[in-house]
Ligand binder design. Structure first.
Ligand SMILES: Nc1ncnc2c1ncn2[C@@H]1O[C@H](COP(=O)(O)OP(=O)(O)OP(=O)(O)O)[C@@H](O)[C@H]1O
Ligand SMILES: O=P(O)(O)OC[C@H]1O[C@H](OP(=O)(O)OP(=O)(O)O)[C@H](O)[C@@H]1O
Length: 208
């Protein structure tokens, strides 16, 4: 069997990802929550686990630096990597939405200014609707943008809705359901077929 490199998004979904791997019988020695180490090997020495920033997972997988990746659909939609998306892992559930001031509607008579961590996903959404927009790329605290007058609306992730509510904003339009996905490099899917299929099969069984 071929050795596989798995890129895993650091941050919010890391714990669920590790729990799923453990449930599938894949364990990593010396992996602790507060560790700053970025590379781990599983007990059977079949998988090399690398921790990367969520937004970078598609890049690692597309370029073959990792055979597999575990990452949110939001980052896949934003980066549009040339990869295969194989499994919905059923955690990290939230949604993409357009949000603006509570009680307002989308003003589609002008070029909307849209602030987002996901400018490509925002453009694609509004293009499909034929609404012209200008995007402003932010890296966090996106809800501030309309409040401070940087944008008309935002495109962001909504889970509980607390961040919007506490900032006087509401969902104006729901866009897409988001969850964490398993992705694979296209070449690895063929050249490491046995190992990749075994991995997918094991993970799939642990989801059921
Ligand atoms: N509020 C949320 N509820 C559920 N899932 C979320 C939420 N926010 C983000 N996610 C999912 O978790 C993934 C990782 O989120 P996280 O905030 O750790 O990464 P990030 O946005 O890259 O953070 P940072 O830029 O602060 O490092 C996101 O890509 C998304 O799929
Ligand atoms: O609907 P809620 O449950 O309130 O969750 C949504 C919030 O979570 C994410 O922010 P994150 O915590 O990643 O902060 P940042 O984007 O400002 O870094 C997202 O960008 C929203 O701000």
């Amino acid at each position: 069997m071929d050795y596989l490199t798995l890129a895993l998004a650091k941050g919010r979904t890391a714990e669920d990802s590790i729990n799923l791997l453990n449930k599938a019988g894949i364990h990593f020695d010396s992996l602790t929550e507060d560790s700053r180490k970025l590379v781990f090997h599983d007990d059977n020495n079949m998988i090399q686990l690398i921790f990367v920033k969520a937004v970078d997972v598609p890049t690692y997988v597309e370029n073959g630096a990792a055979d597999l990746g575990i990452v949110g659909k939001d980052n896949i939609m934003e980066e549009q990597p040339d990869i295969y998306e194989l499994l919905d892992l059923q955690f990290g559930k939230c949604k993409f939405a357009v949000a603006g001031f509570t009680g307002t509607e989308l003003d589609t008579n002008k070029t909307l200014i849209v602030a987002s961590k996901y400018p490509n996903a925002a453009k694609k959404h509004f293009n499909r609707k034929g609404i012209p927009i200008h995007t402003i790329k932010l890296n966090g605290s996106v809800e501030l943008a309309p409040i401070i007058g940087l944008s008309d609306v935002i495109v962001d992730i909504v889970e509980t809705g607390s961040t919007l509510r506490e900032n006087g904003l509401s969902v104006l339009e729901e866009m897409e359901a988001i969850s964490t996905r398993l992705i694979v490099n296209k070449a690895s899917f063929t050249t490491k077929s046995d190992s990749v299929h075994t991995f997918i099969h094991t993970l799939k069984n642990s989801l059921e």
